[in-house]
Design a protein. Structure first.
Length: 141
């Protein structure tokens, strides 16, 4: 009986450590996702505002062809950033990885409840934990 209790506690400790690691990685991905989306929105809004002001009042940096080139260059740079940041977010698969990390945390929490509250057999939990490890190792370790 003491050995089963020890195994249960060891398994619970291992699951809780994996939850902490997965939650940390989930927070990092959430911040990264928010940062790239926000930067894209801000760049797009600033580019649009600057283009609107330039159309209404002329170039932002003085007069003449050089001022128009500078103004158009700034607007083009902001517009490129508005495209680049969300594209980078998608290319790096951050939204997909974030969803996968959230699923990992949920499955680990279910294992934690299973072993601590409902007193599931530690062997069953260990088998399921191995499945979670193989599917979501990038978030747990």
């Amino acid at each position: 009986m003491a050995e089963a209790s020890h195994t249960r506690e060891d398994m619970l400790q291992q699951i809780r450590q994996a939850i902490a690691n997965a939650e940390h990685r989930t927070r990092e991905l959430r911040h990264e996702n928010s940062r790239l989306v926000t930067l894209g929105l801000i760049a797009g809004a600033l580019g649009t505002i600057m283009a609107g002001f330039a159309a209404a009042a002329g170039p932002l940096t003085g007069q003449g062809p050089h001022a128009w080139r500078v103004t158009c260059g700034i607007v083009a740079t902001l517009t490129a950033c508005a495209t680049l940041f969300p594209g980078l977010n998608q290319q790096l698969s951050i939204p997909d990885r974030l969803a996968k990390a959230n699923i990992c945390v949920g499955r680990l929490r279910a294992l934690e409840i299973g072993i601590s509250v409902t007193q599931r057999d530690p062997t069953e939990v260990a088998t399921e934990y191995q499945d979670v490890c193989s599917a979501y190792h990038e978030f747990m370790f």
